[in-house]
Ligand binder design. Structure first.
Ligand SMILES: [Zn+2]
Length: 386
């Protein structure tokens, strides 16, 4: 009950017409993919956003292991980060949008998701298909902790996301045969889910699996961020420019702007460094050729210091990638089906502790399902006014 009163008070403070109107270029940029380690790093990100014409950033709640590679193996300490994203959304008047992360192992996950929605979350993310080897010994990945993707105890979540049209950012390495068959299993059961398979489906140049999902499911999106792998991702696009240009032009209403730079208190991640990084992504989309210069955060040399081929996209498609498509994703709407006579998919194929951090405290009262849905719908109407 207390939680509801607090929330009602908070909502009364939000202006009727939400500041979701874009700035630059023409309509401004919605960044659908970023992560932040500490609250104290947020001011510099806001400054960099402003400088680069980004009007809103979806902040993906994340575990400790994705910030500090020296962390003990596993998937932990994400609750505080989740709560911080919600706090940032409130503090920065929805210039930051909260996308808490899900722990599939958590028995209470759906209850937690509903609580986070009530407190301000716009969408959710999952790292369950993340197969980068973050942990040295034994060589384990996040997938080893959170998978499989089609585990039965996640069904209530997928079902809920599909029914309530909740945007879902899902890291899945589609190139991996096992993961791909699992994800197809899930999509077959929940074909109307609104999903961003980020980083071009965490693929190399094998875009056909992402294309297949897009051809079959109108709620499938992707984003152009590469995360810490930008030093390989941008040259890969450059070396296969025709392939990527063709893909983006064909699926222009499915591709969204994202950065995933990972904002931390590393001394070299200054505002100019963040700006260089964001602008490299913009240049990759906007220019035929661009010079990119990003210093390595270890202070030794450069991650990127070269001239690369860009996609040189027209303004109309840029407007879609920067604003219109992210907006549709955030509202939980599908894109048009590209291929209505789509190929049939013939292959079938596991607690939350609210803690105090950085000087603020989160409210932990849970609401009823009806209250949550009511609030979510009201918020969607208000915050997503174009
Ligand atoms: Zn990512």
């Amino acid at each position: 009950m207390i939680g509801f009163i607090v929330l009602a008070y908070r909502l009364s403070l939000v202006p009727e017409e939400h500041e979701f109107e874009p700035r630059l270029p023409d309509k401004g940029i919605i960044n659908v993919h970023e992560r932040i380690q500490k609250f104290s790093d947020s001011a510099k990100w806001l400054e960099a956003m402003e400088e680069c014409g980004i009007s809103a950033t979806c902040m993906l709640g994340s575990p400790k292991q994705t910030f500090l590679l020296s962390s003990p193996p596993g998937f932990s300490n994400y609750s505080v980060n989740n709560d911080m994203t919600i706090y940032l959304e409130e503090k920065y008047d929805s210039k930051i949008l909260a996308f808490p992360t899900i722990d599939p192992r958590d028995q209470e996950k759906l209850k937690i998701i509903k609580d986070q929605l009530a407190r301000g979350a716009i969408g959710f993310n999952s790292f369950s298909g993340h197969t980068a080897e973050l942990f040295p010994e034994p060589k384990k990945t996040i997938y080893d902790y959170l998978g499989p993707l089609n585990r039965s105890d996640m069904e209530e979540v997928y079902e809920y996301f599909e029914r309530e049209q909740i945007p879902f950012n899902w890291h899945v390495k589609l190139k991996n045969d096992t993961l791909y068959s699992q994800v197809r299993d899930v999509m077959k059961k929940y074909p109307d889910m609104i999903v961003d398979f980020p980083h071009f489906g965490v693929l190399g140049t094998d875009l056909y699996r992402l294309e297949e999902l897009m051809d079959n499911y109108s709620g499938v999106y992707t984003d152009i961020s590469f995360g810490g792998f930008a030093k390989w991702g941008m040259p890969r696009v450059s070396n296969n420019i025709e392939l990527y240009r063709e893909f983006v032009n064909k699926y222009h209403d499915r591709v969204m702007f994202g950065t995933d730079i990972v904002i931390t208190n590393n001394v070299r991640k200054t505002v100019p460094w963040l700006v260089d990084h964001i602008m490299a992504y913009r240049n990759m989309l906007e220019k035929d050729e661009y010079y990119v210069n990003i210093q390595n955060i270890t202070g030794e040399g450069f991650d990127l210091n070269e001239t690369l081929n860009g996609l040189g996209l027209g303004q109309e498609i840029l407007d879609e990638i920067y604003y219109e498509t992210p907006m549709r994703f955030l509202k939980g709407e599908p894109a048009e089906l590209k291929n209505s006579s789509s190929r049939a998919l013939e292959i079938s194929f596991e607690n939350k502790d609210v803690k105090e951090h950085d000087g603020f405290e989160m409210n932990n009262d849970l609401m009823s399902d009806e209250q949550v849905i009511d609030i979510v719908h009201k918020r969607k109407k208000r915050t997503m006014k174009i």
